[in-house]
Design a protein around this ligand. Sequence first.
Ligand code: GAR
Length: 192
Amino acid sequence: MQKIALFASGNGTNAQRITEYFKDSTEISVDIILSNNPKAYVLQRAASLQVPTRVFDRREFYDTRSILKLLKEREISFIVLAGFLWLVPDYLLKAYSHRIINIHPALLPKYGGKGMYGIKVHEAVIQSGDKESGITIHYVNDKYDAGEIIFQAKCSVLPGDSPEMLAQKIHFLEYEHFPVIIRKVIMEQTSA
Ligand code: GAR
């Protein structure tokens, strides 16, 4: 069994979707959900889904190795960021090289970087007048939204679309593709 640790900072709809997608899998399971935000709604979702959780603060994440120790103890083989807003520290990148996957709600390299998350991304897309947007699933490196791209999917931005309407289209794309791509990456890397 390949075990995933999900990292999320907010609402957690993707975390829920991914957990449910792998619920009956004999190959892959969501083992734990971690958050930097003790108030994040994802923690309540995790409780309903009966997935263990762990909350950490900045000092613990960047200045200690306790999260890495926890992941090793639980035999986590892949990390998935689902709306996680902090940079991943070097020690984790090294320990999980090419095994940390993120999703971004735009067609990178456009509309990425520090501060570009959630509704801010959709506001920027609409402001620019782009006719399409989409999702990018990518490996994580030491910069925001800059790791190697694994997969992209597009949707149209129509005249009159609000940031919230675009967010909804993007979320549907995320729910459709993210679990499938996670599975594909894990199976390709582990079934050699
Ligand atoms: C998702 O749209 C995800 O792509 C985005 O945060 C949202 C989280 O929604 N991630 C980023 O913007 C990362 N830069 P959720 O909490 O409902 O899954």
